[in-house]
Design a binder for this molecule. Sequence first.
Ligand SMILES: NC(=O)C1=CN([C@@H]2O[C@H](COP(=O)(O)OP(=O)(O)OC[C@H]3O[C@@H](n4cnc5c(N)ncnc54)[C@H](OP(=O)(O)O)[C@@H]3O)[C@@H](O)[C@H]2O)[C@H](O)CC1
Ligand SMILES: [K+]
Length: 493
Amino acid sequence: MLKILSGNQVKILDLNHQQELGISSLELMEKSAHSFVEWWAGQSFQFEKAVAIFVGSGNNGGDGLAIARLLSKGGINVNVFTCFDSEDKLSPDTSTNLNLLPAGIPVESWTLFDSSRYSAVIDSFLGVGLRGELRPKAISIIEKINSFLGKGPIYSVDLPSGLPSDESLSNLTPVVSASFTLTFSFPKLSLLFPEHASVVGELVLLDIGIPDESHERLEGENYYLQKKDVIPLHRRFHRFSHKGDFGKVLIWAGQKGKMGAAILAAKAALRTGSGLVTLQIPESERQIIQIAVPEAMCVFDPVDSHDFDAIALGPGLGQKISVEVLSSFFTSTHCPLVIDADGLNLLASHPELIAKIPKGSILTPHLGEFSRLFGTTYSSHLDRIKVGREFCLKYELNLVIKGANSAICLADGRVIFNSSGTKHMATGGVGDVLSGILVSFLGQGYSPISAVLCGVYHHGLAGEIAGSDYGRSMIATDLVEAIPESFLALDID
Ligand SMILES: NC(=O)C1=CN([C@@H]2O[C@H](COP(=O)(O)OP(=O)(O)OC[C@H]3O[C@@H](n4cnc5c(N)ncnc54)[C@H](OP(=O)(O)O)[C@@H]3O)[C@@H](O)[C@H]2O)[C@H](O)CC1
Ligand SMILES: [K+]
């Protein structure tokens, strides 16, 4: 799995890579520029006017100069806008790239940029080298770049200029508001925070040939979950496998008027491959379940939890369950649980029960549920993750902080950011689907860590698949129906 390093570690990463493979920093910059231009070529852009490229004096600016040369070579009309006072301020590789720029490319001061004359802007002013408060001139440059907003796309190189790589900003005013951020080697941590979504735009990770192992050798507990990581975690079944091998799961969910949550969770568990799904629901609501999900069984009284391989608790449940019932359920249950929605709200009201939850269980709060569970509203994702991580280490639980790039805090102290998903998943019932997917993997004998990684990744991928068909019209049922395609995309049968 790809480790997410800090901005300060980028220089060490590059140096190690250079020493091991004999690649110079200039060659690495060239690779970065090539990866950007290859991505660009795959987008089939049709721009009528020129592309403006803002370049700073550090290596982020050097990337921009190399990109300018390569785009121009490919027939694209580019103008370079320099964000430095004198050439002796340039980093050595940036200076080399300025000298390599073909004579025909106009090079002007950033002050002369007229937003009406360009079709697109590339922002390679500041990258991971930003330190401390932005100086006034840098703020003016960022405002100049942002004067292009509404006139065309802004492509930020590595980071939107002004965004620190590892901090959470409460005020995003002096930050470039990118349409796309194309980040090299690993996603910088701050690109994954919900409070920065408006300046990051679409996030694209570009490979510049530094292997995952080189990242792994450096300190850090944050990781980025990708398709290649998830494939080997799946259990393989054979032709003699029977429905018992695929697990017996219980979903304790639903109340009058909220049976949709129970239906979505049950359907998701079945589509993820559960052999037997039982719903624990109020008896008055049984008909809707038997009609909507004929494959599922229903029970109406508390059951013996030993009969199940995994249990999900919470979707549409309401909060009428007594603390005594919940306490004895946790104490008598030994299989891992998935706790969501009202299950989390019950825990928020009775935090003394948290220590009784079976180890390895998975809690899946969205940001609102997270605030209730931890008793504070966090505006900084960095703070949220820190608290979540300590919680998981203390109680040996796993936590999925849901959202774009869901952050998964594992019981072993790692924090894993998911790469799959789409903005179209922000619709009712999508969380219930995740509960069903997770309990299904747990029931199939996956370890809690494999279950949470596979589950969160599939959920996002199914969302992408359904989103590509339905766009903003996507509903949670479409996501359930896309689960089979997400298995096909990973070649899991
Ligand atoms: N492995 C990789 O990912 C590679 C990434 N590359 C690119 O390199 C940059 C990092 O380059 P670096 O030279 O370390 O730093 P930057 O270009 O991001 O920033 C340096 C400039 O920032 C100015 N600065 C710093 N702090 C401030 C501030 N508070 N206000 C205003 N300006 C600031 C600094 O100016 P000084 O006057 O302080 O020197 C520099 O101008 C990375 O992001 C990638 O894009 C490599 O190309 C290949 C490998
Ligand atoms: K930048």
